[in-house]
Write a protein that binds this ligand. Sequence first.
Ligand code: 13P
Ligand code: SF4
Length: 341
Amino acid sequence: MTTQELYDRLHSIQPATVLCNYSFETCEKMLPLINEINELKRERNAVILAHSYVAPEIILSVSDFDGDSFKLSRDAMNAKADMIVFAAVRFMGETAKILNPEKKVLIPGTLTGCSLADSITGEETQKLRAKYPDHTFVCYINTTADVKAACDVCVTSSNVMQIVSSIPNDKILFLPDKLMGQNLQAELNKRGIPKEITLYEGCCYVHEQYDPEMIEFFRSQNQGLLVVSHPECHPGVALHSDFVGSTGQMVEFIGKSPEKASFLLLTECGLNARMQYEFPEKTFIGSCSMCRYMKSNSLENILETLRHPEKAEQIHIEETLRLKAKHCIDEMFRYSGVSVP
Ligand code: 13P
Ligand code: SF4
């Protein structure tokens, strides 16, 4: 890759923060890192998986697979490599390890938590199981392996509605995202599906900050604005949105919208940046809501991980625990019609 090619890919991103200020000089500085990463990837037979929320230069110059949680868990399952470098957060790396016990899974980020995954432990989930013995336990993919091991089926924001509707039991305990659970209950009620959802208290600190007043303000300033939000937002936000879905579904919705449409994206700013370079003819307005965990991935720490894999944070999951957590993920694939090798 040349500096000019890198600059052509990145320069259309509007700088919402200094993190997204792509001048030709910035691209020039990044290029040696990118070239070394790509070379080391080949040498080590490694692949890089990146969530859409990480910095655009990672997605555009070094990642082999990118997208939302569901797509990445499928990509992890099918990855043909000895090593997976997962530029995202720890729970995503754990999912990759659960599905690829024979591969090295390394996480380059320096803050690898997630406010949802950190809100509940496996032990707390077991206590809830004792309290609600007749409920089917559905966990969001944003959970640790311990929590998945204690649940019946895992879901992502792209398949939660379809999976919960198909579960034969009407009593569901959904954890840990309270707001996503409330959105799920509202949608089930709307469709006349008789499920009773018991909620937990977790929240995503990035998505919980949006409110309907904000939507009203942006709509008053921009005629014909299309509001697109993530199901981790408040139900009031979902109610006032034109579309609610996973990051992958948002991309699809935007792609199919009229050519000159304007959008307010209520999700992490990495997706906003991604939309700016994928759809340069469309307009994206709004503020930058950044996930500090996702943004702790950088070209520098990916390079360091590939240079010294022995020093990098590697995911290890004890085998009994892994098999239990895998069952929970396999159930998600089974409900989604995906065959598991
Ligand atoms: P997606 O599955 O929509 O990519 O969501 C992951 C996430 O962490 C959202 O905050
Ligand atoms: Fe977790 Fe929220 Fe960051 Fe997604 S955006 S990784 S849910 S803290």
